[in-house]
Ligand binder design. Structure first.
Ligand SMILES: [Zn+2]
Length: 639
């Protein structure tokens, strides 16, 4: 192995050995710090769930009725023999229903059925907090997803175009086989009609970059206005079937789609039927709503997309599917069994330290007016933190009754129905800010702008991010920087336009916002066009700007907090940061991420953020000739 000087490439210096000896698991598209914890959690939970489904839940270990019910479902889910016997009936019936539609009235009926089951329909409605009145739930109207993962793949001028064409060929091949298996005839017509309709949706779709702008997704329409956009189907009657309260306003996330909806429906009934049928077959097959062999067939397209070598085994897939769907139920078990009070206390006190450091930093900022700083301080003081696992499990799980006499798939559809109707029942009600949007076993963290809240599941509070036994530096460079990163989202490009209550609200003085935008632009430039090693992709500075701002500020805030402790060693801190961004993925996956992910590639997060961090250069006394050196006037600090 080449020896690298830390002054030239700190990322390689810290991770070179790991990168060399680590392999990408055959059923994952990547490996890295996140994935290694994920695999540990997966192993632990799969073993526990298996044992419980054989012997029943040991109530001395965990006593929760929802979890007991979940285990019964899990047992049914893992009975492969029975699942194969159940076959693909549910998929066949639904698809045949779609294909037998004769007019727009019948189309509307089937759309209502699909929406009610939470399945892909041409249109979608959802309920979540109103971005301008974040304590109350509002109704949203969304647009369908394209077959390819991003709009750019359809654009001849885009470097991803060639990959897109390859993917479409694979999609065609995979779906043809799926359609044959479920017994459909004339599959080539169905497929060409599907692709033709997909092309029609392309100009009405948002790019990932456009979608990453929260504020632009807020476009309130009166229900009357929304309804007037097309006469082919009645959007207001569809709303009425789901929401019992009178709906005055619907928030449209993508107005281009709404404005183009009428032309999209006009004269395209046959195309729509085929498109819906294909979307259904593919999504149900790939989500395991048919036989396992159908799932494996369907996953071939995804394998090409991600470059993953093979699909997950039946056992692993089933575990992942169910632990996702029942995130709160499984996560709370995981949190209570594997996450300790000691860790919770320490992480909680870190959060308070970072908020304090942020306070001190804000007070010292010279490029903002006093008024804006005051408002930022208020927003900061209102941030709430959730650590470990939720206090309460989402009530939606109370509404699902497992039915032993029904098949696994019918149980899952029943659960899906429950989820949809529960969501619509929340319309107009107060937002429950105690609920989590991620299972506590998940290796991730988030900032929820509408709640002005940061959430750290037990899943991520493990080495190398955090351990009671790690050095202070490693913990602060690991989970510390991630916590501070999440806090910064309150003040990133999106957060800067949302107030302390989670409402879209311009709380900035105009010249301050201008100064902020200038700094954001400098951050865009710092990352834009950087090569992603191991791929042909380049980093999109605009798509990743909010995350890069959060990384930069997170790093420096956690560092400053660390310095207040006697046992804090900066070298451990920098190493900790580099370690958490260990990452290895195959070429297609790196390219996919570069197109759709709002985060910069892990390698650049680990490397460029340190290059951009003055205390790093000072600590290692970097010289202009060192690879890690960036001229101080080229370094970007937003917060
Ligand atoms: Zn983030």
């Amino acid at each position: 192995m080449k020896k690298v000087r830390l002054e030239d490439d700190f990322y390689q210096f810290q991770n070179g050995e790991w990168l060399e000896k680590t392999e990408i698991p055959s059923d994952k598209p990547l490996n890295g710090s996140f994935v290694q914890i994920l695999m540990d959690n997966e192993k632990k939970l799969m073993a526990d769930l298996k044992e419980f489904s054989i012997k029943g839940v040991d109530h001395k270990i965990y006593n929760n009725e929802l979890f007991d019910n979940f285990i019964k479902l899990y047992k049914k889910a893992t009975d492969k023999e029975q699942r194969d016997k159940d076959g693909n009936t549910v998929i066949k019936n639904l698809v045949n229903k779609v294909l037998s539609v004769k007019n727009y009235e019948e189309l509307q009926t089937i759309l209502v059925e699909l929406i009610g089951l939470g399945l892909p329909a041409l249109i979608s409605f959802g309920v979540q907090s109103d971005m301008k009145n974040a304590s109350i739930n509002a109704l949203y109207f969304g647009s369908p997803s394209l077959i390819l993962p991003e709009k750019g793949y359809y654009d001849k001028e885009n470097p991803a175009y060639a990959a897109g064409q390859n993917l479409l060929a694979k999609y065609r091949e995979t779906v043809t086989e799926l359609l044959n298996i479920v017994g459909l005839k004339d599959t080539s017509t169905i497929l060409s009609q599907t692709l033709e309709f997909d092309e029609l949706i392309v100009p009405l779709s948002k790019t990932s970059e456009e979608a990453s702008d929260y504020v632009n997704s807020y476009n309130p329409y009166t229900l009357e206005k929304l309804n007037s956009k097309t006469n082919f189907i009645s959007l207001s009657s569809i709303v009425k079937t789901f929401v019992s309260d009178k709906v005055e306003q619907v928030i449209v996330t993508n107005p281009k789609f709404v404005e183009g909806l009428d032309a999209l429906l006009n004269n395209h009934l046959e195309l729509i039927k085929s498109w819906l049928a294909v979307k259904l077959v593919y999504s149900l097959a790939v989500s395991g709503f048919g036989t396992d062999s159908l799932r494996l067939k369907a996953s071939e397209y995804g394998l090409l997309l991600t470059g993953q070598a093979e699909a997950q085994s039946f056992e692993k897939f089933t575990y992942n599917q169910l632990s996702n769907e029942f995130g709160d139920v499984v996560g709370t078990y995981f949190g209570k069994r594997y996450f300790g009070e000691k860790a919770k206390k320490e992480v909680e006190s870190m959060v308070q330290e970072f908020i304090q450091v942020y306070k001190e930093r804000l007070a010292k900022i010279t490029w903002l007016s006093k008024e804006t700083i005051e408002k930022a301080l208020i927003k900061l003081s209102k941030i709430t933190a959730m650590i470990g696992y939720p206090d309460r499990i989402n009530p939606v799980f109370n509404h699902f009754n497992f039915d032993e006499t029904k098949s696994f798939v019918d149980n899952m559809l029943a659960f899906s129905k429950v989820q949809v109707s529960h969501e619509f029942s929340l319309y107009g009600k107060k937002v429950d800010k105690d609920l989590w949007h991620m299972g506590a076993h998940v290796v991730n963290a988030y900032y929820q702008p509408m709640n002005n809240q940061i959430v750290f599941p037990a899943g991520i509070l493990q080495p190398p991010f955090y351990s009671y036994n790690q050095t202070k530096g490693a913990n602060y460079g690991g989970i510390g920087a991630v916590i501070a990163h999440e806090i910064t989202h309150a003040f990133d490009t999106n957060g800067a336009r949302i107030d302390e209550f989670g409402n879209i609200n311009n709380w900035w003085k105009e010249e301050d916002f201008k100064a902020f935008n200038e700094r954001s632009l400098a951050m865009i430039e710092l990352f834009d066009g950087l090569e992603v090693p191991g791929s042909d992709a380049k980093c999109n500075g605009k798509l990743t700007v909010t995350e890069n701002i959060a990384d930069a500020a997170g790093l420096s805030c956690a560092y400053e907090a660390g310095l207040k402790h006697k046992d804090f060693v900066p070298a451990d801190f920098f190493a900790g940061w580099a370690h958490i961004w260990r990452f290895k993925a195959n070429k297609s996956y790196l390219e996919l991420l570069a197109n759709v992910d709002v985060h910069s590639p892990a390698y650049l997060r680990g490397l460029v953020q340190l290059k951009n961090f003055k205390p790093f250069a000072d600590y290692y006394k970097l010289k202009e000739t060192d690879g890690m050196y960036i001229a101080p006037d080229k370094q970007v600090a937003v917060w």
